[in-house]
Design a protein around this ligand. Structure first.
Ligand SMILES: Nc1nc2c(c(=O)[nH]1)N[C@H]1C(S)=C(S)[C@@H](COP(=O)(O)OP(=O)(O)OC[C@H]3O[C@@H](n4cnc5c(=O)[nH]c(N)nc54)[C@H](O)[C@@H]3O)O[C@H]1N2
Ligand SMILES: Nc1nc2c(c(=O)[nH]1)N[C@H]1C(S)=C(S)[C@@H](COP(=O)(O)OP(=O)(O)OC[C@H]3O[C@@H](n4cnc5c(=O)[nH]c(N)nc54)[C@H](O)[C@@H]3O)O[C@H]1N2
Ligand code: SF4
Ligand SMILES: [Mo]
Length: 581
């Protein structure tokens, strides 16, 4: 039996036992967080997915040698107009080795994120660095507030830690965990900032704030109450579409309890995403909930925190959600499907049409592979050496090669070929990079932990200039949230992993809109439109529609913009209308 880790972009980063003969995969029972179970993605979906088995140029199958020569030629003729666009199809560390080449060559890559960049920026503004809250700390909480995170779907192993605790859920969709909650607030989308501010203000009014923590560990804490008071209670309640009693219930449920906030990407798919996380962190700081067991805010943490990267990761960069593809002659897409997953898809298609050499390097066919001039099949996670980090727990896991590949190339092999083809020096053996990461880890028996691991993160100090927590001082928002139309929610699907595996193909609507099951509806925004058959659900608010992320066409509706901070996508900063087809 061999032990590896699931390569998929998921909070849980499961440890996996693989039988090298049958390739049957099971969860590793001794893993402290994932404790032996895998989800359907690894149990079933990954095995059903049809791999790309041969390289192609202009639609014609070619040998790997021919394809690699064509890739080198396309990069060479692009000069500086070469872009490497990486996604998160596999989140193994060795995926970034191609950036090492891009830096040596003098090309471009991306910065910012399609995912959690806005939230991370907000956390960094307050705490300096975004560290993971260890599961053993979450375990000790009395109450868990699940805030814009669909735990049972996207973070399934966390469900175990919710047991026997007060459970509060804040989500515009009545999710499975919302149905289990002691208190559920079905708030209006994009109103979480106001809820965090209201709650913080009421903590002061109810004398629930931690005066000592505010005085000793926070910068300029005396101003924060004044800042909170600039938001009028009635207006804020209306924004959130909740009653004063709901707020009272929430305070009552939290009173005298150690609380952990499990915050997901749902709250920050907006231009103001950084300020939402900063305000939620501010609430935790008012309560003194940092550096203590059973308390804290858990968001997608910076998994590279504490590590020194062995790669030169300093190529020139463009903002990921708004990449001007048309500026580049050659674009290498790796582990990504930008022609489905990027916001403002119409613009992306227009830009991509101007790219002379689109190279797709991946496992599966998708919207991007079908438009690529050169297609390179990749090796999958069992066929190459790697390691993975996690954005939700501190464990670092080696991912040894378990089986030989019949086709495809690894990210390291592609990089090695390119270094040789261009006559560049400076690429070390693959082992060197993997070792240099593993050697930086903390050993604990058979387990490896991130060097940034801290049982009680921020117990001593924050990573800000002052060493203290820094509160939000200003609120900036230019989106008109009163604008006519319905909110678009695009959470993650239980059946797909972004655009991999079984993708969804419906829009979910509240019955009040009068549509029938399977009736086709046209959904329009100022950025584009898509037609989908309807699913009717009471779990959605009547002012919102739900289309799962990964549904083909959903991103025609989303804006080609980036967040105010963090260069992150703003998928839900849009109002839509419905038309009968
Ligand atoms: N099955 C599955 N698991 C996945 C993925 C997948 O595609 N499929 N993708 C992985 C990736 S890449 C990521 S980044 C994570 C993300 O996983 P999560 O952080 O769970 O993110 P989402 O599912 O996008 O949204 C979470 C919740 O936010 C709610 N929400 C939407 N808008 C708002 C809002 O304005 N306020 C509040 N309070 N809630 C809101 C949604 O209804 C949803 O229930 O999941 C990972 N895990
Ligand atoms: N509307 C809307 N859109 C969204 C989101 C949303 O919430 N709403 N969520 C966004 C988020 S959080 C994320 S993270 C992005 C994800 O979007 P992407 O980063 O584009 O990821 P995937 O859709 O998973 O596509 C990954 C591709 O990677 C390839 N791949 C898998 N493993 C490997 C490998 O080992 N090597 C190589 N070379 N390729 C491999 C597969 O061929 C697969 O098709 O989507 C974003 N898009
Ligand atoms: S829960 Fe996440 S990490 Fe675990 S097997 Fe499923 S996709 Fe992979
Ligand atoms: Mo993501």
């Amino acid at each position: 039996m061999k032990i590896t880790a699931c390569p998929l972009d998921c909070y849980d980063a499961c440890a996996v036992v693989v039988d090298p003969e049958s390739l049957k995969m099971t969860g590793l029972p001794q893993h402290p967080f994932t404790r032996g179970a895998l989800c359907p993605h690894l149990n079933r979906h990954i095995k059903e997915a049809r791999r790309i088995t041969a390289p192609r140029i202009d639609g014609k199958e070619v040998s790997m040698e021919e394809a690699l020569e064509a890739v080198a030629e396309a990069i060479r003729e692009a000069g500086e107009d070469f872009l490497l666009y990486r996604g998160s199809g596999n989140v193994g560390f060795m995926q970034s080795v191609t950036e090492h080449f891009t830096a040596a060559y003098g090309g471009w890559t991306t910065e910012g994120s399609l995912c959690d960049g806005a939230g991370q920026a907000g956390i960094e503004a307050g705490r300096g660095v975004s560290l993971a809250l260890p599961p053993e700390s979450i375990e000790q909480a009395d109450a868990i507030i699940v805030w814009g995170r669909n735990v049972s779907v996207t973070d399934p192993h966390m469900m175990e830690l919710l047991k026997n605790k007060t459970l509060i859920v804040i989500d515009p969709v009545k999710t499975k965990v919302a149905k289990m909650a002691d208190l559920y607030l079905q708030i209006r989308p994009r109103s979480d900032f106001y809820l965090a501010v209201l709650l913080s203000r009421f903590m002061f009014m109810e004398d629930m704030e931690d005066k000592r923590f505010m005085e000793e560990r926070c910068e300029d804490a005396e101003w924060y109450y004044d800042f909170l008071r600039t938001f009028r209670v009635r207006v804020s309640l209306e924004k959130c579409d909740i009653a004063l009693d709901d707020l009272g219930d929430l305070l009552y449920q939290m009173q005298n309890k150690k609380c952990v906030f499990l915050v997901g990407t749902g709250v920050q798919k907006y231009s103001i995403g950084d300020q939402v996380l900063h305000a939620i962190d501010g609430l935790a700081a008012v309560l003194g909930f940092f550096g203590k067991p059973g308390c804290g805010v858990s968001f997608l943490s910076d998994s590279m925190a504490g590590f020194e990267s062995p790669f030169d990761v300093s190529p020139k960069k463009v903002a990921k959600p708004i990449v001007p593809f048309g500026r580049f002659k050659t674009v290498l897409v790796q582990g990504a499907n930008p022609m489905a997953q990027m916001p403002g898809l119409k613009k992306v298609e227009e830009e991509m049409a101007r790219v002379e050499n689109l190279i797709y390097f991946g496992l599966y066919e998708n919207e991007t592979s079908s438009r690529a001039r050169i297609v390179l099949p990749a090796k999958d996670f069992l066929e190459k050496e790697d390691l993975r980090l996690s954005y939700a727990h501190p464990y670092v896991q080696p991912m040894p090669k378990i089986k030989a590949a019949e086709y495809g190339i690894s990210e390291y092999e592609l990089t090695k070929f390119l270094f040789e083809s261009f006559g560049f020096e400076g690429l070390k053996e693959e082992r060197f990079y993997i070792r240099s990461m593993l050697d930086q880890c903390i050993e604990e028996g058979d387990l490896l932990k991130s060097p940034a691991y801290d049982k009680h993160p921020y117990e001593e100090e924050f990573d800000t200039d002052s060493g203290n927590f820094e509160f939000l001082e200003e609120f900036e928002d230019d989106f008109d949230d009163e604008e006519d139309g319905l909110w678009l929610l695009t959470p993650k699907s239980p059946h797909s992993l972004n655009s991999q595996f079984r993708r969804e193909s419906h829009v979910w609507l509240h019955p009040s809109h009068g549509f029938k099951e399977d009736e086709k509806v046209r959904i329009l925004s100022e950025h584009g439109e898509v037609e989908l058959p309807v699913r009717v659900s009471e779990d959605i608010r009547s002012d919102s529609v739900l289309i799962y992320a990964g549904t083909p066409g959903v991103n025609y509706l989303t804006p080609p913009t980036k967040s105010l901070m963090g260069k992150s996508a703003c998928y839900q900063e849009v109002k839509i209308t419905l038309e009968r087809v």
